[in-house]
Design a protein around this ligand. Structure first.
Ligand SMILES: Nc1ncnc2c1ncn2[C@@H]1O[C@H](COP(=O)(O)OP(=O)(O)OP(=O)(O)O)[C@@H](O)[C@H]1O
Length: 250
């Protein structure tokens, strides 16, 4: 069974169909990349999946359940988590505090059963485990504003991981990163994919073609192709609409 299924999903902004009758299946265990030109509707689609926008038409099913009308926080509890293009971090606080807050948000009221001292220890351990997952254990006590841009993006992924998602929605995790930082992010995503299903929106075609098991191409809000990297690379319609002579499609 597919982990996430979109059926005829559409989002209209006035006269503009930002997402137009999208049908898409995300299979458990895969990295599925969503690519397309600027303004194609990728972020709108992520917002529809995460529950930040209501669809104009269509349906979303997650693990078999119809989640079309569930609010965002309930989707998080069911195992859907996202990162943002623009970072969403508390920059004046440490990595530790940012992650502890994210872990606490996941655990919710279950934390009140712990005694204060045990609660704090539990929270710190859980936050440190996430920091280790995203390669930031050595920066645990560092104020976020002092981290490099690449490290901040790693922390952004950590905040999403703190909710223990089954499906991670990564919205342009490579944006603004230098070559070395991008390499680190690619390695991180590959490692996370061992235990998570990932929907990756990304403009860095080199990274997309290295990481994805399947790729879907969105143009003017419509999925014009979906397939393996080899199938997408060989698709003339995709070349015409998007890839052109992009180096990453080699
Ligand atoms: N809240 C909104 N109100 C009106 N129009 C919007 C809104 N959000 C997005 N749009 C429009 O919908 C279309 C799709 O935008 P979206 O940001 O989803 O594209 P994208 O593929 O993520 O682009 P990029 O790659 O540049 O991030 C664009 O024409 C955009 O201007």
């Amino acid at each position: 069974m597919s982990l996430l299924v979109l059926e005829g999903l559409s989002k209209q902004f006035g006269g503009l169909a930002a997402v137009n009758n999208c049908n898409l299946c995300i299979e458990a265990g895969e990295i599925h990349a969503l690519i397309g030109p600027n303004g194609a509707g990728k972020t709108t689609l992520i917002n529809l999946i995460a529950g930040m926008l209501p669809p104009s038409r269509g349906q979303l099913r997650f693990q078999g359940e119809n989640i079309t009308h569930l609010p965002a926080h309930q989707r998080v509890h069911r195992g859907l988590a996202r990162t943002f293009q623009i970072t969403n971090l508390f920059k004046n606080y440490t990595v530790r505090t940012n992650l502890e807050l994210a872990v606490q948000a996941r655990a919710g009221s279950s934390f009140r059963f712990w005694q204060p001292v045990a609660r704090e220890k539990h929270l710190t351990e859980a936050a440190l485990a996430v920091a280790e997952q995203v390669g930031l254990a050595g920066r645990f006590e560092r104020v976020v504003g002092q981290l490099s841009h690449g490290e901040q993006r790693q922390l952004e992924v950590g905040l999403a991981l703190a909710s223990r998602p089954r499906l991670l929605l990564l919205d342009e995790p490579m944006a603004g990163l230098g070559a070395e930082e991008s390499e680190r992010m690619v390695a991180l995503i590959a490692q996370l994919a061992q235990h998570h299903t990932i929907l990756l929106v990304e403009h860095d075609m080199g990274a997309v073609f290295r990481l994805a098991r399947r790729i879907s191409v969105l143009v003017y809000g419509q999925v014009i192709a979906s397939g393996s990297p080899a199938e997408i690379r060989a698709n003339p319609e995709v070349h015409k609409a998007y890839l052109g002579d992009e180096g990453g499609a080699k």
